[in-house]
Design a protein around this ligand. Sequence first.
Ligand code: ZN
Length: 291
Amino acid sequence: MPELPEVETVRKGLAPAVEGHVLKRVNAKRGDLRVAFPQRFSERLEGRRVMRLRRRAKYLLLDLDSKESLIVHLGMSGRLTIHGFDAPLRPGRFHNKTPEDGSGNGKHDHVVFETDEGTRIVFTDHRRFGLMTLLNTDALDEDALFKGLGPEPLDEAFTPAVLSAALRSKKTPIKSALLDQRVVAGLGNIYVCEALFRARISPKRLARSVAGVRAARLVPAIKAVLKDAIEAGGSSLRDYARADGELGDFQHRFAVYDREGMPCPAKGCKGKIKRIVQSGRSTFYCPSCQR
Ligand code: ZN
C-alpha cells in the first residue's frame, strides 16, 4: 500500500500537470471504487480550475476554484499516470506500453482526467480499493476522512513532546501505536519498521515506555526515513508506480523491511533481522540492537 513517501512522490509528479489548469473532461468509467463516486461527479469537476494540489496523510487533495476539493486515495494498488505532458521532468517517463499502464482504455483504467493543456491523467486500480470523493475545501477537517488524523510527521509541529503525549495512554506495542493514524498520519508498515530500526527501539516495546527520551530519538528517525524515501521517489512495491510511470528505488535501501535472516546493517551489530507478526502484519527488526 502506498505510504506517505509514495503519495508525496505522486503529488510532486502530478502538481505541474494540474496546478493552475482546468479539468476539461473527466471520464469516470464506473460508478464507484471502494465507495460510490459522489453525485454528478464528472459535472462537478469539468470546467473547474485546480488551484492547488496538496497531500494530507495518504490523501491527495486537489483544491478547485469551486471551493470543493477532489480527494484521492490510491488504496492498495491505485496508480495515477500522466500522459502528453511536456514539462521538463525526467525523460523516458512515458515508457509504459500496455493499455492498463495508462492509455486510459485498459480494463482497470477507471477515471481519466483531461486538462485544458491536453494532458491526460489516468487512474488505474485493478483491486479498486482506491477512493475519490468531493468535499468542501473549508470543511475538510470536519469530515470523517480527516477528523481525528494525527499530525503530519514532516511538519515542525510533530515534536518528541507531541508524540510522547500521544503515546502515554497507549497500552499497545509501539509498532501498532505508530500505525494508528490518530497518533501520527501517513505511516504504514514499511516506514514504521525502518524508523524503529533507526531509533534502535524494539517494535515490541510498550508504546507508553517510548514517551520521553526514546521519543526524542524516534521523531527525528521518522522524519529522516520519510525524507530519504521521498528523495528516492517512494518505494513502489509491487503494484505501485510513480505519477510519471517510473519506479522509485527506495526498496533497495531498506535496512530491515523484508530482510528476514539478513545480517543487521547497523555498525558493529552482529544480529540478524527477524520477522514477527504483530496485529496480523509482518514486523522486521533486529533483536540485538533494537531494545
Ligand atoms: Zn542490529
